[in-house]
Design a protein around this ligand. Structure first.
Ligand SMILES: Cc1cc2nc3c(=O)[nH]c(=O)nc-3n(C[C@H](O)[C@H](O)[C@H](O)COP(=O)(O)OP(=O)(O)OC[C@H]3O[C@@H](n4cnc5c(N)ncnc54)[C@H](O)[C@@H]3O)c2cc1C
Length: 503
């Protein structure tokens, strides 16, 4: 999920996408639809489209002025087996191998049925996107990018990141809207679910330019995204503060609240996992990302050591699995960590912040309180707010172990130099996430479940509203958010149109 395009780039690109909102936002909805899809983003667009292609009368409700949701910011990295992109390169792959890789990476913490559903249909999803003009970056598919790698090349990113996916989805959707198979209401929020005393969902209350209206439907699909742009709800659900605000701004948890009000169970909070290396703009949360040091040994061999708020090392910095480094950070107070290095390490290692020069890293302390520089380790600790005695002992232990050829207590293999040549540097970093892990409980038929694990009749959920933990587990498993979002959208749309409610 590396951030390749700047937000300015994506917003500029977004501005060039076709918009239908000008008229559709003022369209009055009919009284009844076969399917109402709440949320016109990654999961909602394919769901509405495939339901319409299957013959259903569909209402698509989107609270923003334009469709796309998180695809405007998402890197849009997706994975599947048996794709045309693999065939081009002669790569053989199977859903079973994809399943095994996902479960290996997340330690079998993802829901096995939902993982199976994803991997069994992901190849068809990607091939359908390719038919719609989706094109991948040179050299893709790859085994991995920012997270632990697959064993096979099945992971790809569009040439315009998430926008490549949106570009592939929109022409067909536009056609279905023109053909009046889909009624699109932009600038319109779903504010309540209509529910019978029996608990069956019968429709949605929508608020738009036309006013406030109850619309009936045979099936209601919640595809409103996660809650990682809503610090209060995020913390309440996860028991962990939202340390950094990096999710798409519409990810306010609307669908979680709608589902909860209808009696849905919330699951997956315990799968919260943090990414490493966010350099905050300030000591507050949620903070903004000022810069990013991926701390991923697969991409850059580390020279520095990483310590916690006590000034102690806690992880093998060169662990081949970045997931293990993430888990190490997760166990530290406040998920905070500091990179500590000396002049030699700065000079000889690749810059810890990609795209920054060594000079910038060396001088940033002059204007930025996340960066410190000092002529002794003790003084560095003092300036960084770490315990001088502890950090000095940590550095001395590290250096002594290298000098005597002793084994590293954390199993680190690559120790290219001791931390001995002044000036010394520290960079403060924060564990962070761009998605929410808690979500509406669903079954393998994508039906929303109540607290007794009974389906709430006519209510379905897809996309991040089911919680990142459902398909990605307690880890960042390559593509296991966008891939299931589009795939579940496609499958559910097809099934609802054909009158089936189950997978
Ligand atoms: C920067 C970034 C990079 C990422 N990169 C990757 C990646 O490479 N691979 C990967 O697998 N995952 C990635 N993710 C995660 C992934 O992109 C998201 O989980 C996924 O796109 C969410 O899809 P969604 O359909 O659930 O939500 P969205 O795409 O956000 O769509 C939800 C839509 O619902 C609308 N909505 C919300 N509430 C209402 C309401 N009450 N009424 C009407 N409409 C409503 C919203 O406006 C929005 O348009 C990334 C996330 C981020 C933030």
């Amino acid at each position: 999920m590396s951030l390749k395009l700047s937000r300015r780039d994506t917003l500029l690109a977004a501005a060039s996408l076709p918009l239908w909102g000008a008229t559709s936002g003022h369209t009055k909805p009919a009284d009844h639809y076969d399917v109402i899809v709440i949320g016109g983003g990654t999961a909602g667009i394919p769901c509405a489209l495939f339901a319409a292609l299957g013959g259903a009368r569909v209402l698509l409700v989107e609270k923003s002025p334009s469709l796309g949701g998180t695809l405007f910011w998402s890197t849009g990295q997706i994975a599947g087996s048996g794709t045309v992109f693999q065939q081009r390169l002669g790569i053989e792959d199977t859903p079973d191998a994809h399943f095994a890789d996902c479960m290996r990476i997340n330690g079998a913490t993802a829901d096995p049925e939902l993982t199976r559903l994803t991997v069994d249909h992901a190849g068809d999803t990607i091939n359908w996107l390719a038919q719609q003009g989706f094109e991948v970056m040179d050299g893709h598919p790859v085994t991995g990018i920012g997270h632990d790698h697959f064993t096979t090349r099945r992971y790809q990113q569009g040439t315009k990141s998430g926008l490549s996916i949106l570009d592939a989805l929109l022409p067909s959707l536009n056609q279905a809207i023109s053909n009046q198979q889909i009624t699109l209401l932009t600038g319109t929020s779903a504010t309540a679910l209509l529910q019978q005393p029996s608990s069956a969902i019968t429709g949605v209350t929508v608020d738009g330019p036309f006013g406030h209206r109850d619309v009936k439907a045979s099936h209601v699909v919640v595809a409103t995204g996660g809650c990682a742009a809503n610090p209060r709800l995020f913390e309440e659900l996860h028991g962990v503060p939202l340390y950094a605000q990096t999710a798409y701004p519409t990810s306010l948890g609307n669908g979680l609240l709608l589902g909860m009000s209808a009696g849905a169970a919330i699951v997956g909070a315990e799968k919260y996992a943090c990414l490493p290396g966010l350099i905050p703009d300030a000591y507050r949360y949620p903070c903004q990302m000022f810069a990013y040091a991926p701390l991923n040994p697969a991409a850059r061999s580390p020279w520095e050591i990483v310590v916690n708020a006590r000034g102690e090392r806690f992880v093998r910095e060169d662990h081949p699995s970045v997931h293990q480094i993430e888990r190490g950070i997760y166990r530290q107070p406040g998920h905070r960590h500091w990179a500590i290095f000396d002049a030699d390490m700065l000079e000889k290692s690749a810059p810890i912040i990609p795209d920054w020069t060594r000079e910038r890293i060396a001088n940033e302390h002059q204007s930025n309180t996340m960066f410190h520089r000092a002529m002794t380790v003790s003084e560095l600790a003092f300036r960084a707010g770490l315990n001088p005695a502890t950090l000095t002992a940590t550095v001395n232990d590290y250096n002594h172990s290298i000098a005597v050829g002793g084994a590293d207590p954390y199993g680190r293999v690559s120790r290219p130099s001791p931390l001995a040549k002044p000036p010394f540097y520290s960079i403060a970093m924060q564990g962070w996430t761009l998605v929410s892990f808690a979500g509406l409980s669903i079954d393998a038929s994508l039906r929303v479940l109540d607290r007794e694990a009974r389906p709430i009749p006519n209510l379905y959920a897809i996309g991040e509203v089911i919680g990142a933990g459902a398909t990605s587990g307690a880890a960042y498993t390559n593509g296991m958010l966008v891939t299931p979002a589009i795939t579940f959208g496609r499958l559910l749309g097809q099934r609802l149109a054909s009158g089936q409610s189950a997978a």
